[in-house]
Design a protein around this ligand. Structure first.
Ligand code: PAF
Length: 277
């Protein structure tokens, strides 16, 4: 696996790659979720590029960026083993030089859910993903379905800006007990790790109700809220039953629906979701 930092080196290395290009953008501290994307890309395309960049513009000014978990050596070993061909690790000077002044902003679909709770987050995501796409020029890009709204926002950007890139969303990878894999899980102490199961448990309860005929979105939201609020270490930020395409909150479930939530476990903010077909 070749490793590059600068844009010129990335372009040279990218040009030298044979055949179709798959791309997995990440912020590093890789887990099985990321690796499942890389392995899938390796199966489906001739060459695979991965990027690692902790993008400052998608964090809130109050977030402690320096505390974001990093382990580059381990990431490199994992990517090598997974079969990636090229790793791009740009730094802030490469992505946001001092005179930087261009932003990519998607409209309506960025407003609810994560967008409402994390103002400016999606502007940072779409800007960096557009820049990564422009540099790597992949045919296919892979994202985790855990960030369901991010996938929807990126699909919208790709459509709106006529980017010739197919966006593939891969299913959430879970720990054995159901917790969705996330780099942030490392922040949890043992009690919090146990408490974090309220996310997947409440989603499973909602799915069980849905499978047994419940179509009132308010009832599903209330069931999830009840479970989360019963956990002393959990603080609910939102639960949602929304239309899968528009992400507008639903009263009655009649079509493809996204159940999603954000919950603080102690100081750690976790998200999870499920699609009801
Ligand atoms: O999902 C992530 O890890 C990030 O939002 C992404 C897509 C790499 C952009 O920084």
């Amino acid at each position: 696996m070749r490793k590059v930092i600068n844009l010129e080196d990335l372009r040279d290395a990218r040009t030298a790659l044979p055949g179709s290009i798959g791309f997995v953008p990440t912020m590093g501290f890789l887990h099985e979720g990321h690796l499942s994307l890389v392995k899938r890309a390796c199966r489906e395309l001739d060459s695979v590029v991965v990027s690692i960049f902790v993008n400052p513009t998608q964090f809130a000014p109050t977030d402690d960026l320096d505390a974001y978990p990093r382990d580059l050596e381990r990431d490199i070993a994992l990517l090598q083993e997974a079969g990636a061909d090229l790793l791009w690790m740009p730094n802030n000077e490469v992505m946001y030089p001092p005179d930087y002044q261009t932003w990519v902003e998607v409209g309506e679909i960025t407003k609810p859910l994560e967008g409402e709770k994390r103002p400016g987050h999606f502007r940072g995501v779409t800007t960096i993903v557009a820049k990564l796409f422009n540099a790597v020029q992949p045919q296919v890009a892979y994202f985790g379905q855990k960030d369901a709204q991010q996938v929807a926002v990126i699909r919208q950007m790709v459509r709106d800006l006529n980017m010739p890139i197919e966006i593939v969303a891969s299913p959430i990878v879970r720990e054995r007990d159901g917790l969705a894999m996330s780099s942030r899980n490392t922040y949890l102490n043992p009690d919090e790790r146990q408490a974090a199961l309220v996310l997947s448990t409440s989603i499973q309860k909602a799915k069980f109700a849905y499978d047994n005929g419940e179509r009132d979105a308010g009832v599903l939201r209330a069931k999830m809220e009840e479970i989360i609020n019963a956990e002393p270490l959990a603080r609910l930020e939102y639960v949602s039953c929304a239309d899968y395409v528009s992400l507008a909150e639903l009263d009655i479930i009649e079509r493809k629906t996204l159940i999603s939530m954000a919950v603080y476990i102690g100081k750690t903010r976790l998200i999870d979701n499920l699609i009801l077909e």
